[in-house]
Each structure stands twice: as C-alpha cells, then as structure tokens.
Design a protein around this ligand. Sequence first.
Ligand code: F6R
Length: 613
Amino acid sequence: MCGIVGYVGKRDATPVLVEGLHRLEYRGYDSAGLAVVHRGRLQVTKTAGRVADLRAKVQPATKSTIGIGHTRWATHGEPNEVNAHPHTDTAGRIAVVHNGIIENAEQLRDQLTAAGVKLVSDTDTEALAHMIAAEIAADPTLSLSEATCRTLNRVEGAYGLVVLDTKRPDQLVVARNGSPIVLGIGESEMYVASDVAALVRYTRQVVYLEDGEVATLHSGDYQTKTLTDNGAPAAARAPMIVDAEAGDYELGTYPDYMSKEIHEQPEAIRRALRGRLDERFATARLGGINLDARELRSIRQVKFLGCGSAYYAGQMGAAIIEELARIPADAEPASEFRYRSPVVDPDTLYVAVSQSGETSDTLMAVQELKRKGGQVIGTVNVVGSAISRETGHGILLHAGPEVAVASTKALTNMAVNFALLGLLLGRVRDLSAASGDRIVNGLRNLPAQVADILATQTEIAAVAHLYAAADHMFFIGRVRGWPVAREGAQKLKEISYVHAEAYQAGELKHGPLALIQPEMPSVVVIPSDDLVAKNLSTIEQIKARGGPVIALTSVHDLPDSAADAVIRVPRAEPELEPILLNIPLQIFAYHAAAKLGRDIDKPRNLAKSVTVE
Ligand code: F6R
C-alpha cells in the first residue's frame, strides 16, 4: 500500500527512483512523484497518473545523486497531483515521502495553520514536511535526524517515511512505525524502499528497520537509533541476503503478472513441498513452527486469522485440519478478530495468514494475541515482513514474489502448507500411517495436476467469455466447496468488477434463490465427496428457475448435460481437492476481466498489501 523508494550514492538518482517506483507500483498506483536535489535546489516531479507518466515527465538532464520517490494509494485527499508525494515545506527545503496514516493529522494541520503556515495539499504527510522544517528553523544546529525525531514524537499513527533536506544533500533520514521500510546496502551507495522489489535489481543485501527506529543514510554507511529511547543507538543487525532476484519480478513472455503467477503455481507448490514431506513416517516436516510432538498434541483447536483471500485460504486450512487431525478448526477475518476483544484460549494454535506479511489488520490481531498470551505462528510469503518477525516462528509459503494485486499462487501455497500442517497434527494424533501416506502422495501429485488444469486454460477462457457480460454471479459450494466458492467470487469481483456473491448451497433456498433468473449465472462447485447428489440437486433448483449453471467439478462421470458448461479438474485426495478446484476459478476471473478490458494487475481502488486500517 503505497511504495517508497530513496537513493543516496554516486549514480544518477532519477532513473534509480523511477525504476524502483515501477517495481513498487503494484502497492499503489493512483499517483506518483519524486524529488531530487539539483544544483542545490529541490526538483519535484509529480503526476496524477501512473509511474509511466512520471517517467515521461522527469527531467532527463538532471544529474542528482540523492532523491526520494513515491507511488500512492490515496488515504488522505483525492488522488491528484497536489496530493501526490513528495510533500515539501513552504520554502521547498524539506521533502517527505510517507506510507501509513497520521491519526492526529487534523490537529497537526490546524496547529500549522494557526502558526501561519499555508498547507497546499489535503494530506497528512505535508504536515510532517512543515514540522521538520520548523524544528530546523527553531534550532539550526539540529541534525536532520533530530529534527525528524522531534517531529515524530508529536505524531500519532503509522508511518514509513523518508526525509530529504536540500541543505544536506549527502543524507536521507528514514523512520518506521507500523509501515515497512527496508534499507538496501550497495557499494558506496544506500537505498531505501518499502519493499525489496524496488531493491533487488541493485542489491540483495538488506536491513529491515524495526518499528520505532530512525536511520540516517549516507552513501557509505548508515546509523540507526530508537525514536523513544531518547535517541539511543538501535541494536545492530547483520544485513540479510534477500532470496529473490531481479528476474523474479520480470514479466518474461507473460502479458501481465496475474497470468505469470497463475502459471507459476506448479513450481510454487513444488517449492512449498521441498524438504517438507517425510515419507518414512508419512508426515510433514515443519521445523519453522518450533513445536515438538508433545506440544503439537496439546493443541486442542486451530484458528486461522487473515484478510480477504488469506482468510478464505484459512477456511480451506480449517477444513483440512479438522479432517486430518480431527480437532476443531476455524477461520476468522483478522480485521474482526482484532476489534472484538477475543477470548484467547491458551490451548489454541492461532495461525496468522498473510502473503505480504504486512497487512495491518492481521498484524494487529497477532499483537493482540501475543498480549493475551496466545500461541501464534505466522504463515507468510515475504521473508522479514512484519508478521513473520512479530510471530517469530511459522511456515514460509515459498510462493516466490507475488506482484499482481489479486492473489493466486500465494493462496494456493497457503492451502498446501495448511495441508502439511494438518498432516503433521494428524500424525501426532490418530491419522494412520496409511492415511498419512495417502496425503503425502496426494500432495506430491498436486504440481502435475495443477499443470493439467493450466493446460485447459483455453476451454475455461471460452466459458469465462460466455458469461463475462453478466452483471451478477453466484458462486455456490458446500463443505469442501464452500471456501472455494468464496475465493472464486472474490477473484471475479476484484479484477473484473462483476458483482459476485458466494453462498452455501444449502442456504440458497432460504432467500437468495429469489435472485435466480436467466441473467444470473451460478458457478456450482462439486468436489468428489459424499455430497455430489446434494450438489446436483442444487443445480436442478437453479435450472428450474431459469438460472444458467457452470459446474466446476472433479467428478469424472458428471455428464456435460448436467449444466450449461462443465469445467473439470483431475481427482485428488478428497481433502486436497479444494486446492485444485480453486485454480479454474482464477483462470475464469482472469479471462472474464480480460474480456471486459480491465487492468488485471492493478484493479481499481485496490492495492497489494494493505498496511492501513
Ligand atoms: C485478493 C487479495 C486480498 C489479500 C488480502 C490479504 O486477491 O489479494 O484479499 O488476500 O488483502 O493480503 P495478505 O495476504 O498480504 O495479508
């Protein structure tokens, strides 16, 4: 959610900033801007459009070796050029880029106005630039870092920010509180970004800033200190080597990232399984969760917490765990959990689920759990992210970088990892070795089965094209098919803007059936389980009211005549079938959106990684 990039070193900063912003655009894309110091003056370029527009606008002749940039997802103020970052003080000396939300912004803006400052934008960020400038004006001996700390000590809210002072063109000051910031260490140059995606082209040596830390970057070094602890130096941390390369973020031959990420799923699943299947004992190896057999046995319940698709993945996980381990399991949106004063049970294993590892609601839920003594592990994709650091242990998703706003391979890897967790919890309980073996083999077969589904893309696309013009669609499932239906509806609505609603099959007759008519197609999910007959009768109920039906099924002898269109997936072990059934719905949403001419990787109003409430 919003992207930040900064550079100080020996290169021409502008292309570095523009390239970094291009890599971060998936985090926010309603406006963009950058500031560099050129001949001792601040040169700011902004656009209400995309990074490509910014690239066309920047001065190619500017040779500056320091600068900051930002791509925005609006929170305070509409997305226009004035509200785009960087923001400056009145004299144009200080420039600030900021992610997050300053909660007492109104109060701070009022104080500035009362002091005679004329604010030009509607943003919370602009206040920071004026406040830092005012601190320096009041005491010119202050370092930029001290002036920033004094300002931040008056600020409530979340931020990741970078400050540039035209009068000190050899340094950037960076601060973090609740919004990710990572420093990149180059050879006599330093980078800063909100996400490693902006850095990997230049360096893989990084340091993640902790909440409450402020860093001063010079080309050759950096110093960190704590904001609260009277500016004491922060604990030194050895740089990490990022496990991603610039190529991981390239599109290659794909038209967009969503298509690339859908097609990367067989390999992503292989990565998730690598070293984690224990054939000898027919179980899973998940060393990262740091729980021995006795501790695993003492877990009486599992609860998944995540947002959006991560929540639906948690629902898939809960179903698998109940089936394999026979302990109660459920999922709840982290955004609800954090606000409802939850009863935290010491014998429950809480699983925080997040691709980005930065989703604010999920992070807050983890913090609430820890405060109440809950036992929580993380399942995240981004190494070093806030949730992975906050939980300390868990399961890495190993999906590889996910850039498209709509989650595909990360969600699949969540479900695969939950199957591993279910297997592990089951095998320390009553799941027999034979059943464990069955699941191990079933997991091993998944990559090839997903590849088989991907090979039917043209047929799925044809069905999607047929129904893309619908204004509304239902996604119907029951039991194992229910989270699949929810995620299918989510994917369709977020990238195609077709209104899609998921319903449990049994609930249809209690109200929503009233909506069925020829203009309302329904996707009905039919796994190969004991409920096939029930699902077929759901189809009949819909057909009887004139509703078109797309059946999505692993049942091989389901005749083509059973529905208006039938999308088929291979049979898997029953507990694992939701993982396969979900894939065609990604492809369906993708092709419906493509047919409607949508911007697939950057759907309107959304951003990857929601680091604000
Ligand atoms: C849907 C989607 C979102 C995310 C949600 C959680 O395709 O991408 O619903 O799943 O914002 O994000 P993470 O997993 O990063 O916590």
